[in-house]
Design a protein around this ligand. Structure first.
Ligand SMILES: [Zn+2]
Length: 571
């Protein structure tokens, strides 16, 4: 690494000591460079993401929260209660990328959890890079993930953390922690260091470290995850106080292996794989992330140096609880109370180690979530689960018939895109746009499908003036998007197999999936509730403007006036 300007400044200052008149000037210059954030009192930017925290939930549970967590954010910050993603694939990867880049998927490149890569003829995972091995003896077998290395290579925009690192002359410390790899790697950007949970331990990859830092090894050697083997997940408060106390055992609820449908849940499992994955399906996942994060703040002395530091913490338990038991479950009710308690714990720790008055906190979510399909059916809505294997098969069969060929014309369905087999299209000398239209026509007749937009039409702007089409076009990436973007009906659950079998799901263009809360607390910012329409793409340009650095390279968001136009700037 290049010597920082700060060090260079001090060297010059030291060498000029013989000429005392220049000493003062040089030292002042060094001080200016060491705090390039234009006089902001902020020492730490803490970006918290609660995976799957839909925008209504903080308000719904407001009276149930204790002091110091969500209530701290509500009392001290700006609460945007009408924030929506403006992209179509409302999943974890695209959401986190938008949160930290201010870009839409078309600019940050993370169009989904995974996508078809035509150049290598395979599905790639959003944060895979086989040049950088994961320091772990364990191979994660979660569905949808490819094995192999991990790095932020597929991210095309800089992040807020990257920009802070550059603006600070490489003095800012940038870290990202999460239960999920992509929720740490994406916020970590290129300049940061990312840690995520695998098998009860925090891991990282050779992209970040040549060898594991000793403090990381020491943390893992505490084996904190083992402490839960004889414990249960029980309700935090008396059962009589829960709204859903009589709805703990609903027929549509899933259950991760040993964890079952009802509370309490014994955490012990028959084998280690089930035990560790089981922990991540409960509030324990968040507790491990919290414990690790506090240790990281301490060991790296975050917020206590000369520059502004950045820490991203993404809590994943809400997502896994929502997928497994549903957002309306007793489990989800208990989970959000525990999220609140964990936030209060984290804020108290940050107050002690950095000072909340010197901390900019932004909290949001990577996506919302739909109410469970079978529950919505009970209410009389035509909700359904679309078979993600039958849809591409029907399209492929119809195309083969139409073009009188035995060759497959559909390559794959990787939500939300149908990818055509370009080799077959070329071999048969077909017009690609015609085949795309033929595929879209078949897809739109499939039960549960609302609309299908072709690549050709998206690229040339020939899309209908439907309100959600901007979300479809914002998701479009020239190299990564497929030939047909499929949009399911409201309450129709379409996801790649076997994700559509999970009890609760997100990923659509509809408001239950795009709706997230945004809280921003920062020195000088006047607390208020703001209901004008904004989006998570506004966060990175807002905090960039507040700190006084340039926004990330792909940013298209608009700085939020309630934060950047605060009285602090009208001095
Ligand atoms: Zn999810």
């Amino acid at each position: 690494m290049k010597p920082s300007l700060l060090k260079r400044g001090l060297l010059i200052a030291a060498s000029s000591m013989l000429w005392s008149s220049s000493l003062v000037v040089q030292v002042r210059a060094a001080e200016t460079v060491s705090a390039p954030a234009t006089g902001t009192p902020v020492k730490l930017v803490l970006q918290i993401t609660i995976d799957q925290l839909r925008g209504d939930l903080p308000r719904v549970f407001k009276e149930r929260f204790g002091p110091g967590g969500f209530r701290y954010l509500m009392d001290k910050g700006v609460f945007y209660n009408n924030a929506h993603y403006m992209h179509a694939d409302t999943e974890t990867g695209p959401g986190h990328a938008t949160l930290v880049t201010g870009a839409q998927p078309g600019q940050h490149g993370i169009i989904g959890g995974d996508w078809w890569d035509e150049s290598t003829k395979r599905i790639v995972y959003s944060v895979e890079d086989n040049n950088y091995k994961v320091f772990s003896e364990h191979v994660d077998t979660e569905v949808g993930k490819t094995q192999g290395g991990r790095a932020p290579t597929n991210l095309e925009s800089t992040t807020f953390g990257d920009e802070l690192f550059i603006a600070s002359e490489e003095t800012a410390k940038i870290f990202a922690v999460s239960g999920k790899d992509r929720s740490a790697i994406i916020p970590g950007g290129r300049a940061g260091k990312a840690f995520w949970l695998e098998h009860g331990k925090f891991v990282t990859s050779s992209y970040y470290f040549k060898e594991l830092p000793s403090w990381l090894v020491a943390w893992n050697n505490q084996k904190i995850a083992e402490n839960y083997r004889d414990k249960s997940w029980d309700l935090l408060q008396p059962k009589s106080s829960y709204w859903r106390k009589d709805r703990d055992d609903m027929s549509w609820e899933g259950g991760y292996k040993h964890l079952g449908r009802t509370m309490p849940k014994k955490l012990a499992a028959a084998d280690d794989e089930s035990y560790y994955r089981g922990l991540e399906h409960t509030v324990v996942g968040d507790e491990l992330v919290l414990a690790f994060t506090k240790d990281l703040i301490q060991r790296e002395k975050l917020g206590r140096g000369s520059s502004v530091d950045y820490l991203s913490v993404s809590f994943s338990s809400t997502d896994l609880v929502g997928h497994t038991w549903g957002v309306g479950s007793l489990e989800a009710e208990d989970n959000i109370l525990r999220v609140d308690r964990n936030l209060a714990d984290l804020f108290a720790y940050v107050d002690k180690s950095v000072g909340l008055e010197k901390t900019l906190i932004v909290l949001s979510a990577d996506h919302g979530v739909a109410d469970v399909t079978e529950y919505v059916q009970q209410l009389g809505f035509p909700a359904l689960r679309v078979d993600p294997q039958a849809l591409p098969k029907e399209v492929n069969d119809a195309l083969k018939k139409q073009y009188s060929t035995d060759l497959d014309l559909v390559q794959t369905f990787t939500y939300p895109y149908i990818y055509l087999n370009l080799d077959t299209v070329s071999k048969l000398n077909l017009n690609i746009e015609e085949v795309e239209h033929a595929a879209a026509t078949v897809a739109m007749k499939f039960p549960g499908i609302y609309f299908a937009a072709t690549r050709g039409d998206i690229m040339t702007g020939r899309v209908p003036a439907l309100p959600f089409m901007q979300r479809v076009t914002n998701t479009f990436h020239p190299r990564r998007s497929g030939n047909v973007h499929v949009v399911a009906n409201q309450h129709a659950l379409l996801m790649h197999y076997p994700w559509n079998l999970k009890t609760g799901m997100h990923g659509s263009v509809w408001t239950y999936d795009t709706y997230v809360p945004i809280f921003i607390v920062a020195p000088g910012v006047v607390p208020k509730v703001c209901s004008r329409p904004v989006g998570p793409q506004d966060i990175a340009p807002t905090i960039s403007t507040f700190i006084g650095i340039k926004p990330p390279s792909g940013s298209v968001g608009i700085p939020l006036a309630e934060v950047v136009d605060s009285p602090k700037d009208s001095k």
